[in-house]
Design a protein around this ligand. Structure first.
Ligand code: HEM
Length: 397
């Protein structure tokens, strides 16, 4: 399957040759897009777009939030999430981010591994381990981040089915706008109830932390809290399920490297980093220029959309040797999958923890895991990427 970006046809199965061509043909920035606008209403298709494809260009854009603003998110994802830190800049962003980041402090993270993440992963494996076969997307990667987020927020277990349904509807906003708006409103009502409960009875969970967070006497408004909670669904749930699926697919299709990780679990963190570099779950985000600017020798006029292609940056041959190879043993060099600068992913430690525990639990409990290739499972999509499925057979250990 292919998609049209500008006047070119790009493979949704493998957009990387297209990215490489754009890196070769440009200084690192080109006038054009890597996005598929075939299903986007005309009014939302940028009139003028440039795209950063080299590591340097992507890094520079991320680190200059004044010139490369994220404010237009208010008119895209913000329509469903509400006003969030993603679309803020400068002082306002810093203050707001400080308030919400209290909920992601590392002390909390250390407690979450044994009490929340590991039990959830093991409970999911319990559900299929007796059968000797599973689709690791449907039965595992798609489900565990939702359960983790629900527990971190402190939502009652009996609310999980409705929360899951609304979360999936919200993150599918590009597929069905109307349903996503309904989900957004329903989640607002639901989160407001949860916020009210915590104002009456403080709790030790993320919503509880957000309700009590305070800097210089400033507290978050209800709108800021429920908008942030809605943002956690695409930001924290979709990316994590996709990236853990990508890593499993890459390991299953590179049996030598899979065997090495199985033999020595200490290799897992470097396998996770290589998976994030090689197949980022989100290849591209966007910024908007607030003034004329020169980037890698290209003059970009004010009020242009700038595509920020991490998928391409992560395979820049000027930074990595053999960038088009998945190799967990390569020399460690930081990728840019979690962005850089002021909007650097707030959940990056949680994402790494979740993936390490989830894949670790599978390795601990399943042996001889083999991908069933009859239906040609493969990683697919642009800008979001993850496996079409991960049907496997295995022996229980
Ligand atoms: C592998 C998983 C993940 C990836 C690849 C990822 C990637 C990113 C990227 C690229 C951005 C910047 C977007 C932009 O500036 O346009 C971002 C921001 C953010 N991420 Fe993540 N993310 C992941 C997991 C998570 C998790 C688990 C959470 C929380 C539960 C989270 C919460 C956030 C938040 C709140 C922001 C906004 C930060 C700000 O604007 O200051 N992310 N993430």
């Amino acid at each position: 399957m292919t998609t049209k970006t500008g006047d070119q046809t790009v493979s949704l199965r493998d957009p990387y040759p297209f990215f490489a061509q754009k890196r070769r043909e440009s200084s690192g920035v080109f006038h054009g897009t890597v996005m598929d606008y075939s299903k986007t209403p005309d009014s939302l298709v940028p009139k003028r777009e440039y795209t950063a494809v080299s590591f340097n260009a992507v890094n520079t854009v991320y680190r200059d939030g004044r010139v490369f603003s994220s404010a237009p998110y208010d008119n895209t994802i913000g329509l469903f999430m509400g006003p969030t830190i993603l679309a803020m800049g400068g002082k306002k962003h810093r203050e707001h981010r400080n308030l919400v980041s209290a909920a992601f402090r590392s002390k909390a993270l250390a407690q979450w591994e044994p009490t929340i993440v590991r039990p959830i992963c093991n409970a999911l494996i319990d559900e299929f381990i007796g059968t000797g076969q599973a689709d690791l997307v449907r039965n595992f990667t798609f489900e565990f981040p939702t359960r983790v987020i629900a527990r971190l927020l402190g939502l009652p277990d009996e609310d999980l089915p409705v929360f899951r349904k609304r979360a999936v509807e919200l993150i599918s906003y590009t597929v069905n706008y109307e349903r996503a708006f309904e989900a957004s409103a329903a989640l607002k009502d639901y989160f407001c109830e949860q916020i009210d409960k915590r104002r009456a009875n403080p709790t030790e969970d993320i919503i509880g932390d957000l309700v009590t967070a305070e800097i210089d006497g400033e507290k978050l408004s209800d709108e800021a809290i429920y908008s942030f909670l809605r943002l956690l669904l695409p930001a924290g749930l979709e990316t994590t399920y996709r990236s853990s699926g990508n890593l499993l697919y890459l390991l299953l299709t590179h049996p030598d490297q899979f065997a090495a990780v199985q033999e020595n679990a200490e290799l897992l963190p470097q396998a996770i980093e290589e998976g994030l570099r090689f197949e980022t779950p989100l290849t591209t985000v966007q910024r908007f220029t607030t003034e004329d600017v020169e980037l890698e020798g290209v003059t970009i006029p004010a009020r242009s959309v700038v595509g920020v292609c991490m998928g391409s940056a992560n395979r820049d041959e000027r930074r990595w040797e053999r960038p088009e190879e998945f190799d967990i043993f390569r020399k460690p060099t930081p990728h840019i999958t979690f962005a850089a600068g002021e909007h650097t992913c707030l959940g990056l430690h949680l994402a790494r923890l979740e993936t390490r525990v989830a894949v670790g639990c599978l390795l601990d409990r399943l042996a001889n895991v083999t991908l069933v290739t009859d239906d040609d499972p493969h990683i697919f999509g642009q800008p979001f990427r993850s496996p079409t499925g991960l049907p496997v057979t295995f022996d229980a250990k």
